[in-house]
Design a protein around this ligand. Sequence first.
Ligand code: HDL
Ligand code: ZN
Length: 417
Amino acid sequence: MVDPVIRAGDVRGAVSAAVSAQPVTDIHTHLFGPEFGELLLWGVDELLTYHYLIAETLRASDVGYDAYWAMSQREQADLVWKTLFIENSPISEACRGVVTALQAYGFDLTTRDLDSYRDALRDVRVEDHIDRVFELANVESVIMTNDPFDPVEQPAWAADRAGDPRFLPALRIDPLLNAYSETGRPTLTALGYAADAELSATGLAEIRRFLDDWVTRMQPQYMAVSLPPDFAYPEDSERGTIIRECVLPVSRERNVPFAVMIGVKRAVNPRLRMAGDGVAKADMSSLERLLEQHPDNKILATLLSRENQHELCVIGRKFPNLLVFGCWWFMNNPSIIDEITRQRIELLGLSVIPQHSDARILDQLVYKWPHSRAVIADVLADKYADLSASGWAIRQSELERDIAALLGGNFRRFLAR
Ligand code: HDL
Ligand code: ZN
């Protein structure tokens, strides 16, 4: 079969079409398969009470923290809609996302009748809605955030999970690493692991046994932790010791990569609850030392501060055992996705995972991916146009190969290495 060379004038169109057509593996979300019941959030009121929109609503309305939290979810969603969509144009990225999703469902946005949108989804079966959302977003699979320290989620893992294969597990260990004394150790003790305060050899062996058992039970794609800006490694702390003595050995032995998500300042405004987290620039030398001291460990990394993104690309050049991923959280806005995707392609070529959605509500896939694909396609169109102008023949099959790698293949190859 002829493998056409794309004419210079057609490169942009070919790139846009290829990015749009490529099903994506979404490597970090807070979604749950339907077998997790109420843990899977979906629908109009969940979309509108997404914590990003709570923060924006409390800026724009006269409603105080306590009055907001005293409302029902429906009342909260009504306030968000009135404040951000009716009294103001929904121009922020989180607001525009809701508009994109409602439009994609075919709702009449000229009515702005929130109840009609609610009614349209009321009788939908969740399994059917999942099919529709995955098709609209062109998503082939999502990786969940599964927390064995969460008393609500923990029981779901007691039985064998014959779940929807499109929802893949990830073992999230923040309480073990960031709150060992307060949460990690008490939970392990309750689960029958003799973790101790001194982190003795026996105690560390028990933490390894806990991780090993949960890797067996959950079959996670990776183990993940979010880390503060002052994350230090190596460090003679509970976190530094457990990472070195427990997480990295189990990660290597079980071939389950360790994902570090660095730069979050938890609860800078506790009154906003989940919406109250902030960001700060991290010291990247800790990531360098983690990678340099453990060359046989596979590390996934995403950084929350815009100021860390260029350093992250340079570190990616130094360490093949690092896979850079996503435009995380406060990075997930078109202006920043554009900037850091250009840096990544220029410095790391195709050896990155440009985006994940971080979706918390199923319907968010319907906007987060179209919004990101548009920006990523724009960047790639420029880069392939530059390559073509430099004299390289851009072949259709090679373009499609490259984009398949960016939107899922790189991740699967990293896991299989
Ligand atoms: O720690 C994380 O995984 C973050 O993504 C937080 O869940 C955050 O609240 C979020 O949803 N960001 O998009
Ligand atoms: Zn997340």
